[in-house]
Design a protein around this ligand. Structure first.
Ligand SMILES: Nc1nc2c(c(=O)[nH]1)N[C@H]1C(S)=C(S)[C@@H](COP(=O)(O)OP(=O)(O)OC[C@H]3O[C@@H](n4cnc5c(=O)[nH]c(N)nc54)[C@H](O)[C@@H]3O)O[C@H]1N2
Ligand SMILES: Nc1nc2c(c(=O)[nH]1)N[C@H]1C(S)=C(S)[C@@H](COP(=O)(O)OP(=O)(O)OC[C@H]3O[C@@H](n4cnc5c(=O)[nH]c(N)nc54)[C@H](O)[C@@H]3O)O[C@H]1N2
Ligand SMILES: [Mo]
Length: 774
């Protein structure tokens, strides 16, 4: 526990983001992981045309990437994969699963790379070795034994390359289900569900080049210095050009204040850095919808005033008339909208909202970016659609230097969706898939993450197969989810590293160790590359260059192909042929998915190619054939408001977020440098006024309880109170340790995403002794 950690301390950070801090952390990481020798090459070739795609995040690369185009967190991801530590059969022989359960996620990660396929042995409560063939037979026996294919669910985390993902969805659909829970269900689902209704496609409309032309950037709910460090380089260039950069975030994220480019000797030597955000707007947690609607209302007011004065219109009427539908109803709704609820729900004064509107209308080329701060709430789909409305009012979509820019997480999460990892596939996609592979794909929608957990709970799903990820830790309502996982007849995880999902397992369980993206993947005597699609729809190829962590690893693509061969046979699809020639899988993707013409040829070019996004070219694939303005009202009937009605103002809203030294459920180390947290993770950011109001002090520990409408007690204990620049009534803490607080049925409208950024909670002073770490 944190209290035992002598190094735990809270020290506000005053330096620019990146800069020395980042380089030092890089060096420490390299030494710690003992990869300094041969693997420097790995780091230098990362994100190079002939190198491999960084498994760190989905931010795109410049084609002219220098050898320094890797960032601290990319280095961490690569170093973590290149560790020399191994989790061998001997390791498993030494530890029962119960013993491993007692270790922290950080400790589990530190054991290193998995080396051999393992099967759970209930008699000894240990994982024991199994031959690959035996593992595939076990999977096939279970899958063939189910009464209904819908009793199996197939999870995907977003690191998997297009080739493995495509084969996986083909196998699963031939098997007979669309049960594809994926990390996206917990991530950018609100984007993927929200944007099609407004602009016709659930992807962003900008490319990196647009950042060179933008004069205004609105950054909603993102912490890029930690989660997308390469985005900082882009923001730095925008800032130096004089662009207005606004961070819209309840937390004033230090990492967005100043940034020193590791490639700029001057900035590094003077520790100066470039000022990044010109304005910080701090709505309360979950207040973005009301804020954006308020800004839209103000834009309309400004347009009215301009018209009255005979001045230039504020609205882009050419765009609105030529390209959109529903503007009249939208404008009428904005006019009818009173200011008071907008102020109350956003937590911002009318003046603050008007100020943001003034910045927005001053911009001729505006890019709006967003991350998890916008997507993990009850009203996230509405908020994203309102943002799209706002951008459409001034024609900021489909124009150079302007557009919508959802910033995705996992390096290939967007590609996975493109090639068919989707629990709600379109009929058009299924038609093409069925035609190319001569079968009748299942049409009924499958289960997403939350539905899969509910189905495991009541026995409708009996087999869970995970292609990457850490299902047990990434998902909400931890004790309930774990119970559901333990009811499965079989759980299978195709992973690189030991994690909690291996330990919270079904009656039978397999760990299938796989190659990471950094590793050489030889199949059929040839080094194979995998392709990925970044957050801006650039598709490129990635070749590993490190020696595999163990001779007994298999690539994800080969594992999927062998699973399919064992389960379905190869009469219809020659799975094993595909496993040995990824180019032929790309040919199949080209035949099924739109926009992949000449796939193999186009990935051979440096930087790959841009997968066409129709909305970027102002082609609207909506039912109206236009970009739709969408009317949405402020919802006051929310879990937070119910909880406050019942429990008064003691109810606070908790957001769960990432620290600097973690990658989702992987905890690399215990620091969150830019937020000034060191050596610990059980911290709770709180406004000083709330501390005073509740008679609490920074440095004390509290237990957090969820306020929900069922009888279940949801709690997380022993969090250190840390004073922070966060609006009153709002709290911030790290995930995944706060996932026990997220009720499984607290989900976003339409997206069904767990509302992990807006949990109604109350605090009680812990009985655990306080430390002096304040
Ligand atoms: N180093 C590192 N890189 C990563 C990851 C990682 O864990 N570590 N994860 C990857 C993945 S899968 C993803 S999805 C991305 C996530 O990257 P981000 O989208 O940056 O995700 P978070 O850190 O969860 O939260 C982002 C921000 O949302 C703000 N926020 C919380 N609630 C609200 C709100 O109501 N409104 C607004 N406007 N803001 C709010 C928080 O203060 C925080 O600054 O990063 C990817 N990259
Ligand atoms: N409370 C709360 N919960 C959240 C979030 C939040 O902000 N708050 N964020 C959500 C988001 S945005 C996401 S994306 C999910 C993340 O959910 P996941 O994607 O399921 O989780 P990760 O932690 O990224 O998965 C890490 C594991 O992936 C395996 N792995 C790593 N690299 C590879 C590889 O190349 N191939 C394979 N096959 N396996 C590999 C390793 O074994 C590692 O232990 O969590 C979600 N959960
Ligand atoms: Mo994510």
């Amino acid at each position: 526990m944190d209290t035992l950690n002598k190094k735990a301390r809270i020290v506000p950070y005053h330096h620019p983001a990146a800069g020395w801090g980042a380089l030092k952390a890089v060096a420490v990481n390299l030494i710690k992981e003992k990869v300094a020798g041969g693997n420097y090459r790995t780091l230098l070739r990362q994100n190079q045309p002939d190198g491999f795609d960084c498994p760190g995040c989905a931010w795109p690369d410049r084609q002219h990437a220098s050898t320094f185009e890797f960032c601290e967190n990319g280095v961490k991801a690569v170093a973590a994969e290149a560790t020399t530590k191994r989790v061998t059969p001997e390791f498993f022989a030494r530890h029962t699963v119960a013993e491993l359960m007692a270790q922290s996620d950080y400790e589990l990660e530190q054991h290193g790379r998995l080396t051999d396929p393992m099967v759970y042995d209930a008699a000894s409560d240990r994982y024991v070795p199994i031959a690959w063939e035996g593992a595939f037979e076990l999977i096939a026996r279970h899958l063939k034994g189910l009464e209904d294919p819908g009793q199996a669910a197939f999870y995907t985390s977003g690191r998997t390359g297009n080739e493995a993902a495509f084969l996986y969805q083909l196998m699963v659909r031939m098997y007979g289900t669309n049960n594809f829970p994926d990390c996206s269900n917990m991530c950018h689902e609100a984007t993927s569900r929200g944007l099609p209704g407004t602009v016709g496609i659930g992807k962003g409309t900008v490319t990196l080049d647009d950042f060179e032309h933008a004069d205004t950037l609105l950054i909603f709910g993102q912490n890029p210095a930690t989660n997308h460090p390469r985005m900082m380089g882009e923001l730095r260039e925008c800032a130096r050009r004089g662009a207005a950069i606004v961070s819209i975030n309840p937390l004033r994220e230090r990492g967005l204040e100043r940034f020193a480019d590791p490639q700029s000797p001057l900035e590094m030597l003077t520790m100066s850095g470039t000022r990044i955000a010109t304005t910080f707007v701090q709505p309360r947690v979950g207040g973005d919808f009301a804020l954006i609607k308020g800004v839209a209302k103000r834009v309309l007011e400004l347009d009215d005033a301009a018209r009255a004065a005979g001045a230039e219109r504020v609205l882009d009427m050419d765009f609105i008339l030529a390209h959109t539908a529903g503007f009249e109803a939208f404008a009428a709704d904005l006019r009818a909208q009173a200011w008071a609820p907008l102020e109350r729900e956003s937590g911002l004064s009318r003046e603050a909202i008007e100020n943001l509107a003034a910045i927005y209308v001053a911009g001729k080329r505006v890019i709006a970016t967003w991350g998890m701060g916008l997507t993990q709430h009850k009203n996230s789909v509405a908020a994203i659609q309102m943002l799209s409305n706002l951008m459409m009012m001034r024609g900021n979509i489909g124009r150079e230097g302007a557009g919508l820019c959802p910033v995705r997480g996992h390096s290939n999460v967007q590609g996975n969706r493109t090639v068919g990892i989707e629990d709600k596939p379109t009929p058009a996609f299924l038609d093409r898939l069925g035609r190319v592979f001569d079968f009748d794909p299942p049409r009924a929608h499958g289960y997403d993450v939350v539905e899969t957990i509910e189905a495991m709970e009541d026995g409708r799903v009996k087999v869970l197969i995970g292609l990457g990820g850490n299902f047990a830790m990434a998902t909400p309502d931890t004790p309930r989810t774990w119970e559901a996982l333990r009811r499965c007849a079989l759980s299978v995880h195709i992973t690189t590293k030991l994690n909690r999902s291996h330990l919270v397992h079904g009656r039978e369980a397999l760990i299938l160790p796989t190659l990471g993206r950094t590793e050489i993947d030889i199949r059929g005597g040839v080094a194979q590359g995998v392709t990925v699609e970044d957050s801006m729809s650039m598709v490129h190829v990635s070749y590993g260059m490190n020696k595999p962590a163990s001779p007994n690893l298999m690539s994800e693509t080969a594992i999927v192909a062998r699973m399919a061969h064992a389960t379905l046979g190869s009469a219809k699809v020659d799975w094993l042929y595909y496993a040995d020639d990824y180019a032929s899988i790309r040919d199949a993707i080209e035949a099924v998915c739109e926009g992949f013409e000449n796939y193999n040829r186009r990935i051979a070019q440096p930087g790959g190619f841009h997968l066409r996004v129709a909305s970027r070219e102002r082609e609207w694939k909506t039912t109206s054939g236009k970009a739709n303005f969408i009317v949405a009202r402020i919802e006051t009937d929310t879990p937070i408001n119910w909880a406050r009605q019942r429990h008064g103002d003691d109810v606070m809203v908790l957001m769960t977020t990432r620290s600097h030294d973690q990658y989702n459920t992987t905890i690399y180390a215990l620091d969150d440098r830019y937020r000034g947290v060191f050596g610990q993770r059980r911290v709770l950011f709180i406004n000083p006024a709330d501390l005073a109001r509740m008679g609490l002090r920074a440095g004390e520990r509290v237990d957090i309880f969820t306020v929900w409408d069922d009888e279940v007690e949801r709690r997380a204990d022993g969090f250190l109170l840390v004073e922070y620049d966060i609006p009153p009534g709002c709290l911030g803490a790290y995930y995944p340790e706060t996932n026990p607080l997220v009720p499984l049925d607290s989900v976003g409208d339409v997206s069904n995403t767990p509302t992990s950024k807006s949990i109604p909670v109350i605090l009680r002073r812990s009985r655990v002794a306080a430390t002096g770490a304040a």
